[in-house]
Design a protein around this ligand. Sequence first.
Ligand code: SF4
Ligand code: SF4
Length: 333
Amino acid sequence: MLITPSAALELLPFDRAINQPLAKQLVRVLQINLGKRCNLACSHCHVEAGPHRTEELTPEITQQLIDIIQQFPQLETVDLTGGAPEMNYGFRELVAAAFDNQKSIIVRSNLTIFFVEGFEDLPDFFAQHDVRVVASLPCYLAENVDRQRGSGVFDRSIEAIQRLNQLGYGQDPALQLDLVYNPPVPRDRSFSLPPAQSSLEQAYRQRLKADHNIDFNHLLTITNLPIGRTKLALRQRNLEEDYCQFLASNFNAQTLAGLMCLNQLSVDYRGYLYDCDFNQMEDIPARSPDGKMLTLADLLAANSLDLVTTVQTDRHCYGCTAGSGSSCGGAIA
Ligand code: SF4
Ligand code: SF4
């Protein structure tokens, strides 16, 4: 959709668009951002991760996470992200703890990490722990992927998926492999939302099978939120306000009931809690009803995961509620 410059139009605050605050539900998902170290430095990265970042979990915070995984049966899913989560302290211990406690395990992998020295055994490690692998592949064409993620990333991703397929990923029901599509960061005012998830999934399935003999389970479409490197890129092109306005103009109230922040806690490498990874990147912490920022230590002291009653929102939330909606699990509505 082409929209004209509209900096003069005031964006309706997100909390007024939704009429009433988002009520937190029982926490069932713990998303852990292990740190900012990554072997890539993608242009759309909302975490601003890269090879030279050093922030990562400490032994103390890792132990608190393991305690939480062990002590709360209500926790169904442990979702590991980063950076490249595999490169950051505590990764294998956390996967093992989640596996031993019968949690569903998600690892958000960039796949190219399989070719970095010291990480070559990751596909086997994933398969041994029934890890669901969620991997970014923003197109089925090499040139588009390499433009977004760096030269050679497409070929290495394909080789990594073929390796996962050999281990049963994409075929064995216990070994799920999902791919993630996100549109390119806008370069002008021809803004767009991701295409319909089901039809794009079909196109991916056909092309990847025909060209590379690849199998996967689901394609997840994710909207670019105006945060992190995307926000910087939009700002440099003087597009940030118009992009937010575009997202707001596509607000869909039917997405609200499926927002991932409703039953999730996101935790950073220091042990601070957020309602989602996006809020974490925008430094908007989760808060108790009396306005206190919360940590893993608070959860353990209270023996409860449910200390948050209301989700903190801001204008980037328009990215999750535009069109068919968007979450770490793909489209919502
Ligand atoms: S988008 Fe993912 S793979 Fe790319 S730099 Fe960020 S964390 Fe690393
Ligand atoms: S960014 Fe999305 S997931 Fe996070 S609080 Fe806003 S609506 Fe919820």
